[in-house]
Design a protein around this ligand. Structure first.
Ligand SMILES: [Zn+2]
Length: 1004
């Protein structure tokens, strides 16, 4: 086809006018094949349809669009041509011989860039058989970036060990393919996006020859391989502030070593994304976050990932600017995560569908990841692009890394994108990860221990980063999104899970090993055993100390006579000389694994350590007890009643629950007696029917009562939990109640376990700590996203203007706020659906009740997670109250205090040391800032300190330390890359932190 002639604009208009009169022109606005026919008498051949396609070719005079033409011939075979006329132009298309019947033909007609009425005339010889006029609209010049990666599952398709080996082995063919195509046209070269850094980490751990690593780096720098920021596809809700940052440490260490760039993070297969990630990535200079979420997860459910009107349609790809809690933003790209085929028909169908579904751009990417998760790299994509582009001008296929696509898209369309703020709570993985409550709790405890261990280790003067890096590496594998295999039952699943859980135990052991209390430098003036208590938090506080003996630690072994608990003793606060109430408590192996060892400890020392210095320590001396230990005068303890200076509590024998909990200073009852469930009630809901079973309990028993605390215990059972113990502990020196459970889970499948906390707070508002964020549910989340449950860090608070209750779930991360909801795990993972499942999420203003439900365990899966996990585990909660709202009361300090307990050790005096009886290693001079870590710098240049602002106020904070000297300081990114210098005066450095922001500084 070619343009045959040109006429003046006037002539073109005239021709069109005549056509419209003669042939009743009715140009349709569809750009499609709807048309009007005008025929000569009894035509033998007619035009059935003329349909534009997405395809364009290069012609001698420019671009030509491909049209599909269907012709019907009721006569004998004859040759025919199609003449297209528009404005001053004409194109002649030879259709060749038209066989009898219906036949299809493809014709190419010069491209138009505005709506253009075009007449198509079907001729055979000199006879005109048919005419059609259609309105040709400018078709998109699609540019399709092909992003090739392998979805990284640590497990699922193969055993976790094999997955690491497999991904490591892929790098040979990745490099071969890069080499093979390095001279191909730029747009067809083999390109590979390393979806998660753990695969590259696994490759580097095989100790590859230096030249291979050099080759790899060359291709990264040349743009054929992209290294992305995150270590794995994590259950982000399970991460601590610090863990979220450590998710980027391995990739950035590689970046520093080899001088490459990291601009993109990829997080795939997981419906949900924690808000703090936006700030964290932006802080590290990562501009783009690509999130692949299959839309089919939510098919058939009223509740989906988000409000598709206000955020993005789930039917098409799309992007928005995602603003983090501190105001920094990343470009969030949603990939629909479908399987794509590069055949002409399927690609054209896919792109047309996206056009119909409202995708407004002509640039898009297809994430191509092979047949299954953990698929190998393939040359097929580069080959397809090469062959395709030789044939078609558009759609143009361009092999790209994820970052190359996002940079191109941002440049072209970035300004047109909206900005959204807020959390995207996970519907699936954070809930499903509760199927193994024992290990999920251990990983959670380990995140806290690592925070304490790192700061205290640095205070001890230890400069090796390796033990902590390794502990975090294991923890990142533990919090990765794969639990087991594709089939959730059978030996393969068991083995899969055993490998997975090993990461949790390795992380816990590594954290314990890394913990080094800086006791050596503490001087003890007096003779005899002492207890040195360390406060790993950056404010002065009181806390419960519990300590048994660790016979393996020599300085503790020297205090064995105390630790046998044979003779009564008192503890004297060395600074004040005053005795401190203490209590010995019996241990079960459940509290302390050491107890299970023949000859291991059976008792622990418990006391409330008051006014512990910020990030510091305090010393207590053990002296023989002269008079019997006394319970404070204001404490009254009876079988089912307790009163101390904070509470009046009463167990209601008839209804079998703690029915009253009166806060004496607030003068309020804290339990909502009208609530559907009692305080501390254990509820088991059957996944198949939604039927709730309540635990049956024996009568409550006062099992311990002493100067420090009173403990009540009862035993019960319920479907799925043949063994169930509840303990409630009231402390006399701290305004804190602990509610603890020990649960023995049997093999009953399809049950969900909850604990109810029906609190009585009128006009309640909630806040909770997310990773790198503080979140008000419904308000600080993307419109229409999940409100059935939230992953909570150290605390959740329910309050009004006058008072509030702070809730700290030590072991079980998921809470339901305002009620017990049906759940929203998508069809990708859930098995049964009971009535009400997939209900619409709450809207702002609908969260009216101050009830908190803790989700302990969920077991209703068709894949990946474990339905049956007979086990024994412990679940603990701490509750406190405050006047005023959460911010005024610094409710967050309660949660951190409960979950980061003081750490104590026994040491025999006298001994020399450079430190006195009490002191601080690090100091912050602002009360709303948490010191997350102080550590040796990864690159060996001084120390790194990191802080988090926790009340939403822009704050200038000063940091000083006794642990090491520094004369200069710099702000760095979260991943320790240098920024601007910071002022140092009088041994303190000052830095400004954005509201809910993080500041990382280097001290040298
Ligand atoms: Zn996956």
């Amino acid at each position: 086809m070619k343009a045959l002639k040109r006429m003046s604009e006037f002539a073109a208009a005239l021709v069109l006018l005549l056509l419209s009169l003669t042939f009743r022109l009715r140009a349709e606005d569809t750009g499609g094949s709807v048309s009007q026919a005008a025929t000569d008498k009894k035509p033998a051949i007619t035009l059935d349809s003329i349909t534009p396609t997405l395809f364009f070719t290069h012609g001698p005079e420019g671009l030509r669009q491909v049209y599909d033409v269907t012709v019907r011939n009721v006569g004998s075979a004859k040759t025919a041509k199609l003449v297209a006329r528009w404005q001053s132009e004409e194109a002649l298309c030879d259709l060749g011989t038209i066989a009898a019947g219906v036949s299809k033909h493809r014709v190419c007609i010069p491209d138009v860039r505005r709506n253009t009425a075009t007449e198509f005339v079907l001729q055979s010889g000199n006879r005109v058989h048919d005419r059609r006029t259609i309105n040709r609209r400018p078709a998109r010049h699609w540019v399709v970036h092909l992003v090739h990666l392998s979805h990284h599952d640590v497990g699922y398709t193969h055993l976790p060990d094999d997955v690491l080996r497999l991904h490591a082995s892929f790098f040979d063919s990745i490099l071969e393919n890069c080499e093979k195509t390095k001279d191909w046209p730029e747009e067809a070269r083999f390109r590979w996006t390393v979806e998660e850094f753990f695969s590259l980490d696994a490759f580097l751990r095989t100790d590859p020859p230096a030249e291979k690593v050099e080759q790899l780096v060359r291709y990264i720098k040349g743009g054929q391989i992209e290294v992305t920021a995150l270590f794995g596809n994590e259950i982000l809700e399970y991460c601590s502030h610090e863990e979220l940052v450590r998710l980027m440490y391995p990739s950035f260490a590689f970046k520093r070593r080899h001088g490459i760039e990291i601009t993109t993070a990829v997080h795939n297969d997981i419906p949900g994304c924690t808000w703090g990630l936006a700030s964290m990535l932006a802080g590290a200079g990562v501009k783009h976050l690509a999130v692949g979420i299959p839309a089919w997860y939510f098919r058939g459910s009223e509740a989906t990932l988000w409000d598709q009107e206000e955020c993005l349609s789930l039917k098409t790809p799309g992007g928005f600017w995602w603003e983090g809690p501190d105001g920094r933003r990343v470009f969030f790209w949603y990939n629909p995560w479908e399987p794509y085929r590069l055949a002409e028909s399927s690609l054209s169908k896919r792109l047309s569908q996206w056009e119909k579904d409202g995708y407004p751009f002509d640039l898009v990417c297809l994430m191509i990841r092979g047949r299954t998760d953990n698929s190998p790299p393939s040359m097929a994509i580069a080959e397809a692009a090469k062959a395709w582009n030789a044939k078609w001008a558009y759609p143009r296929l361009v092999t790209a890394t994820q970052g190359q696509f996002l940079a191109a898209f941002e440049e072209k369309f970035g300004e047109r994108l909206k900005t959204l703020r807020g959390d995207l709570p996970g519907t699936d993985y954070p809930v499903c990860g509760t199927c193994t409550p024992r290990e999920t709790a251990l990983a959670r405890r380990t995140t806290n221990l690592l925070l304490s261990a790192e700061k205290l280790r640095t205070a001890s003067g230890n400069v090796s980063t390796e033990p902590l890096s390794e502990a975090y590496r294991q923890l990142l594998f533990a919090d990765e999104h794969c639990w087991g295999g594709t089939r959730p039952v059978g030996h393969w699943q068991e083995l899969m899970w055993n490998q997975k859980r090993a990461y949790t135990y390795r992380a816990a052991l590594a954290a314990e090993k890394a913990l080094e209390l800086p006791v050596g430098a503490v001087a003890l003036a007096e003779d005899g055993p002492h207890v040195v208590v360390f406060n790993p938090l950056s404010w002065q506080r009181s806390g419960v100390v519990q300590r048994t003996v660790a016979a393996s630690i020599p300085h503790e072994e020297a205090c064995r006579e105390v630790l046998d608990f044979q003779r009564p003793f008192d503890l004297l606060d060395v600074t004040t000389g005053q005795p401190v109430p203490c209590q010995c408590t019996g241990l079960s192996y459940f509290d302390e694994p050491e107890v299970a060892r023949p000859g291991g400890p059976t008792q622990a020392l418990i006391f409330a350590a008051e006014d512990l210095p910020a990030d510091g320590y305090k010393t207590y001396r053990v002296v023989p007890r002269r008079s019997p230990a006394r319970i404070p005068a204001n404490v009254r303890v009876a079988a089912r009643q307790l009163e101390n200076r904070f509470w009046r509590a009463e167990f209601d024998r008839e209804s079998g629950v703690w029915g009253r909990l009166f806060d004496k200073s607030l003068r309020r009852e804290l339990i909502d007696r009208e609530a559907p469930h009692g305080f501390g009630e254990v509820i088991v809901r059957q996944s198949r029917t939604g039927k709730e079973h309540l635990a049956e309990w024996n009568d409550v028993e006062l099992v311990e009562s002493g100067p420090v605390f009173a403990k009540y215990r009862r035993r019960g059972h319920v479907l799925g939990l043949p063994g169930l113990w509840q303990e409630i502990v009231f402390y006399h020196a701290l305004k804190r109640i602990d509610v603890n459970y020990r649960m023995v889970r049997d093999a009953t499948p399809g049950v969900e376990v909850y604990v109810a906390f029906p609190l009585a707070v009128e006009e309640p508002r909630f806040r909770f700590e997310g990773p790198g964020s503080v979140i008000e549910p419904l308000v600080d989340q993307l419109p229409g996203s999940c409100t059935d449950y939230y992953g909570v860090g150290h605390w959740a608070d329910v309050h009004n203007d006058r008072f509030g209750v702070v809730f700290s779930p030590h072991d079980a991360p998921m809470v339901e706020l305002g009620g017990l909801f049906p759940g929203a795990v998508s069809q990708a993972h859930h098995g049964w659906m009971y009535p009400g499942y997939g209900h619409p999420f709450l809207k702002v203003g609908e969260l009216k009740r101050s009830h908190i439900y803790s989700l302990i365990s969920y077991s209703n899966f068709t894949t990946n997670f474990l339905n049956v996990q007979p086990n024994e585990f412990c679940v603990r909660y701490s509750l406190g109250t405050h006047e005023g709202d959460w911010r005024k009361a610094q409710a967050w300090r309660f949660g951190w205090g409960a979950m980061q307990p003081p750490l104590a050790t026994f040491v025999k005096g006298p001994k020399r040391g450079r430190l006195g009886a009490t002191g601080s290693f690090y100091r912050l001079d602002q009360p709303n800032v948490i010191l997350l870590t102080v550590k040796p710098a990864e690159d060996g240049r001084g120390h790194i300190a990191r802080m988090f602002e926790t009340e939403g106020r822009r704050t200038e904070v000063g940091f000083s330390t006794l642990a090491f000297d520094f004369r200069k300081a710099r702000q760095t990114s979260p991943v320790e890359e240098d920024g601007r210098p910071l002022p140092v005066a009088d041994g303190a450095v000052r830095v400004t932190i954005e509201p809910y922001g993080m500041a990382t500084i280097r001290l040298q």
